[in-house]
Design a protein around this ligand. Structure first.
Ligand code: PXG
Length: 439
C-alpha cells in the first residue's frame, strides 16, 4: 500500500486555490479557546471562529465531554420512522431561544442542506394549501446560500454559479444593498437603502404573486463580504411578503447563535421570517449540523395535509438529528446560556467597531463595515487582479499569528464570542500592520 502520509495531492480542497495552497500549505493541528496551533507550532489567534462556527471557542470542555459520552452511549440512531431522545430535547432547547413563532425545527447536516430544505418546505407549503402554482423562488444578488443546486440558484455570487449550468428554473433576484457611494464607513446599519426592498413589488408585478413561493435573504450578508442591512430594509421585505402571501426565509447560518450580539439576526433587527436556516454555531462547529426553523403555520399546513399514516414531507437525511450532533448542540446551547456568550458578543461589538473603523485612512482601505461581532475591511482591488491584495494581507496576518478570512478584496473578521478587548486589539493591530506593508 502506498500510504503517502505527507502527500497533499489526494485531498481536493473545497473553496481553495489548490495549486497555490499546496505550494505553501497552512495546516492547523490543534485548537483551544481563542487559538489554533499551526503545524509549525505557532499560536494563531482565531479571528474567524473557524468558519464563523466556533462561537464558544475551541475545544470547550463541556462540549467535548458531551460528544465523548454520546459516542459511547448511542453512536447512531435513525430518525426516519424512529427517534432518539436527544433529537427531541435539542429541538425543545433550540426552539426555546428562537422567536416564539418559529417553534418547529427540521435537522440537516449543513447550511447548504438547510437552505435546500427550506426552499422545498416553501414549495410543499403552497402546494398543500392548494396554491401549487407558487413555485418561483427569489434570492438576492451577492447572496450566499451554500452550494446545493437550490442554494446556488437563489444565491447571487457569479463565481459560485457560472460553472454549473442552468440550475433551478423559475428563480429571480433582488438587487444587493451595497452602495459605497452612500454607505462607505458606516458604523452598523446604513441609513441609505431601505427602498431597495421595493424591488420585490416590481417582481410581484412582473410575475404575479400567485407564482411566487418565497424570498430568501441573509439578514446580514456574510460570505460576500459583510453587507449590513440598511435601516428599514428587512421590515419592508417582511411587509411586502406578508401582503402577497409569499414566505420569507432568513438564512441565519452565520448570523444565528450570537454572532450579532443576540440569539439570531431576527432579534437584532426585529423582523421575523416564516422559515429560518441555521448551522455552524448550533453545535459550535464540533459536529456538523444544520437546521430549518419553521413557523407552526408552515409546519401544520404540510404535516396536517395528506392521509393518516402517510409521510407528509418526503425529505430528510440519514444523519438528520445525528446523536453526536444533538449531544454537541445541547451542550453548546448550555454553554451559550451559562457563560452569557451572546451578551459578551454584544459587549464586544463596540470595541470591535472602534478597532475596525480605526483602520480608515490606511493605504487602500476603501470601506469598513460592522455589526455585532462581524467586521469587514475592504481594500481597493489591484488592476485586473481582484482579491490578490486582500489575499496577501490574509497571508501576512496568518504569518503574524492572526487568522482572518479573505473574500474578494474584503478581509472579514468574525471571532469566537468569548473574545476580549485585548484580543480585539491584537487582531486589528496585526491587520493594520499587514495592510500598511501590502502594496
Ligand atoms: N448560508 C449561509 C448564509 C452561509 O454563510 C451556508 C448557507 C452554507 O453552509 P454550509 O454548512 O453548507 O457550508 C453558509 C456558509 C465565510 C464562510 O468565511 C461562510 C460560509 C462558509 C464558508 C466560509 O464567510 N457560509
Amino acid at each position: 500500500m502506498d500510504a503517502r502520509p505527507n502527500d497533499l495531492a489526494a485531498f481536493w480542497m473545497p473553496f481553495t486555490a489548490n495549486r497555490q495552497f499546496k505550494a505553501a500549505p497552512r495546516l492547523l493541528v490543534a485548537a483551544e479557546g481563542m487559538h489554533y496551533t499551526s503545524h509549525d507550532g505557532r499560536q494563531v489567534l482565531d479571528g474567524t471562529a473557524g468558519l464563523c462556527c466556533v462561537n464558544a471557542g475551541h475545544a470547550h470542555p463541556s462540549i467535548v465531554d458531551a460528544i465523548q459520552k454520546q459516542a459511547k452511549q448511542l453512536d447512531f440512531a435513525p430518525t426516519f420512522q424512529m427517534g432518539h431522545p436527544l433529537a427531541f430535547e435539542l429541538a425543545n432547547a433550540a426552539t426555546a431561544i428562537a422567536p416564539p413563532s418559529l417553534n418547529r425545527i427540521f435537522y440537516t447536516n449543513s447550511g447548504s442542506e438547510a437552505v435546500d430544505t427550506a426552499l422545498k418546505m416553501a414549495l410543499a407549503y403552497h402546494r398543500a394549501r392548494g396554491e401549487g402554482a407558487r413555485t418561483r423562488l427569489i434570492g438576492r444578488a451577492r447572496g450566499y446560500h451554500g452550494v446545493g443546486f437550490g442554494g446556488i440558484s437563489v444565491g447571487g455570487i457569479a463565481g459560485n454559479r457560472k460553472a454549473f449550468g442552468t440550475m433551478l428554473g423559475g428563480v429571480d433576484h433582488l438587487s444587493h444593498t451595497h452602495a459605497p457611494e452612500h454607505q462607505a464607513f458606516t458604523r452598523g446599519q446604513p441609513e441609505w437603502g431601505a427602498h431597495l426592498a421595493d424591488e420585490l413589488e416590481k417582481l410581484v408585478a412582473l410575475h404575479d404573486a400567485s407564482t411566487i413561493a418565497a424570498v430568501i435573504v441573509e439578514p446580514l450578508a456574510g460570505s460576500t463580504g459583510v453587507l449590513v442591512p440598511p435601516k428599514g430594509y428587512l421590515e419592508k421585505l417582511r411587509a411586502i411578503c406578508s401582503k402577497h402571501g409569499i414566505l420569507l426565509i432568513f438564512d441565519e447560518v452565520i448570523t444565528g447563535f450570537g454572532r450579532l450580539g443576540t440569539a439570531f439576526g431576527v432579534d437584532a433587527f426585529g423582523v421575523t421570517p416564516d422559515l429560518m436556516t441555521v448551522a455552524k454555531g448550533i453545535t459550535n462547529g464540533a459536529v456538523p449540523m444544520g437546521a430549518v426553523y419553521s413557523s407552526q403555520a408552515v409546519h401544520d399546513a404540510i404535516v396536517d395535509a395528506g392521509p393518516e399514516g402517510a409521510i407528509e414531507f418526503a425529505h430528510g437525511y440519514t444523519y438528520s438529528g445525528h446523536p453526536l450532533a444533538c449531544a454537541a448542540g445541547l451542550a453548546t446551547l448550555q454553554v451559550y446560556r451559562d457563560e452569557s456568550l451572546f451578551e459578551n458578543a454584544a459587549r464586544m461589538a463596540k470595541p470591535l467597531e472602534d478597532a475596525a473603523h480605526a483602520l480608515k485612512g490606511l493605504p487602500n482601505v476603501i470601506d469598513v463595515r460592522n455589526y455585532g461581532l462581524v467586521g469587514a475591511v475592504e481594500l481597493a482591488p489591484r488592476d485586473g487582479k481582484v482579491g490578490a491584495r486582500a489575499y496577501e494581507v490574509f497571508v501576512r496576518c496568518y504569518e503574524a499569528g492572526v487568522l482572518t478570512r479573505q473574500t474578494g478584496d474584503t478581509i472579514a473578521i468574525s471571532p469566537p464570542l468569548i473574545i476580549n478587548e485585548q484580543q480585539i486589539g491584537q487582531l486589528f493591530d496585526t491587520l493594520a500592520s499587514a495592510i500598511k506593508v501590502t502594496k
